[in-house]
Ligand binder design. Structure first.
Ligand code: FE
Length: 336
């Protein structure tokens, strides 16, 4: 074989090699490896497409996407909280995706109206109370936790966490800034303890009787009860009546969007669509005791056992749009 022919064959092999490489997707994920790897393994089994991924906190991942610009290897960004997804879109890190599959599978209030990101799991932020000290009939709404009957009985997680910023942003959307601030001031006045660093500690304080009620994402409740089933705490679904614009439990999402400079946008879209499908939704939500975003997929039996509830149908992107105002409001109200 002549040298030039060998070189030609090598070049052909390299072309085939790069075609094979085109059948991969690169994901930057703020969801940790243990939550996403089972999914990507299932995806490779089903489609032959390899998913390479990097995990980190959302801040560093977004900074990295910004710094890499058009040289980024990332095709898809996965992160939690609509506030973070909104920030990524606002920094122009995500591109618009036209997908009838995603629009069919994901309800409109759980995705960006600008089509740059899509919710993949629903996280419900609800009330957890001490079953020895509170009767469920005493509980009603998020707003009612500001009333005098809860003086010295409330525990909260810190306002620094995006989860509470998103909840307050939704109250601003629903009630306007003045009434939302009144509610937050009421919460602060009712605190039994300084705010906690995380949802689990707030629930442990409720269980220990330091306070009677708190506000948490349900998957933390699920994890804590799995470890300590005898804790005297239970879930209550607030705002289930006719509360006007905030009728329903505050929900947020984890979700994903295709990056502005994706090298494999088609493969990324296929992965994103697959993530919204029934099989993936079961895995994606179940592994973290969350709710599937696709209403056709039933929640994991452990999650379904907490009962069903009505969601507040407010587009979760409002959590991002109103985040700065929520942070300033909580600061004014003295919510640390
Ligand atoms: Fe969390």
């Amino acid at each position: 074989m002549s040298r030039s022919l060998a070189a030609l064959l090598l070049a052909a092999a390299a072309t085939i090699g790069s075609t094979a490489l085109a059948d991969e997707v690169v994901v930057y994920s703020a969801r940790n490896e243990q939550l996403i790897k089972p999914l990507f393994d299932a995806y490779r089994e089903e489609t032959g497409t390899q998913v390479r991924f990097v995990t980190d906190k959302e801040g560093p991942l977004m900074a990295r996407l910004l710094a890499e610009g058009r040289n980024t290897p990332a095709d898809l960004l996965i992160t939690v909280d609509a506030g973070n997804l909104w920030q990524a879109a606002n920094k122009d890190l995500l591109r618009e995706v036209d997908s009838p599959v995603l629009e069919r599978n994901i309800p409109a209030h759980l995705r960006d109206p600008g089509k740059r990101w899509f919710g993949l799991s629903v996280r419900a932020r609800t009330l957890v109370y001490n079953t020895n000290r509170v009767k469920p009939a005493e509980l009603s709404t998020y707003e009612d936790l500001a009333s005098a009957k809860w003086r010295g009985r409330l525990c909260l997680r810190t306002s620094k966490k995006v989860y509470n910023q998103s909840l307050v942003a939704m109250m601003i959307w629903a009630h306007g800034e003045a009434r939302a601030e009144e509610t937050v001031r009421g919460w602060v006045a009712n605190l039994a303890t300084p705010p906690y660093a995380d949802d689990t500690r707030a629930m442990e304080a409720v269980a220990a009787g330091l306070c009677d009620v708190t506000l948490v994402n349900t998957y933390y409740f699920g994890r804590l009860k799995a470890k300590r089933p005898n804790l005297p705490i239970s879930i209550f679904w607030p705002n289930q009546g006719d509360e006007g614009k905030f009728a329903g439990v505050h929900v947020n999402v984890s979700g994903a969007g295709i990056t502005r400079h994706a090298k494999h946008p088609e493969q990324a879209r296929r992965l994103l669509e697959w993530l919204s499908s029934d099989r993936a939704q079961k895995l994606y939500a179940g592994v973290n005791l969350e709710y599937p975003a696709n209403p056709a997929t039933p929640p994991d039996p452990r999650v379904a056992a907490w009962g069903s509830f009505k969601q507040a149908v407010i587009n979760v992107s409002e959590a991002g749009r109103l985040q700065t105002r929520a942070v300033m409001l909580m600061d004014r109200a003295g919510y640390k």
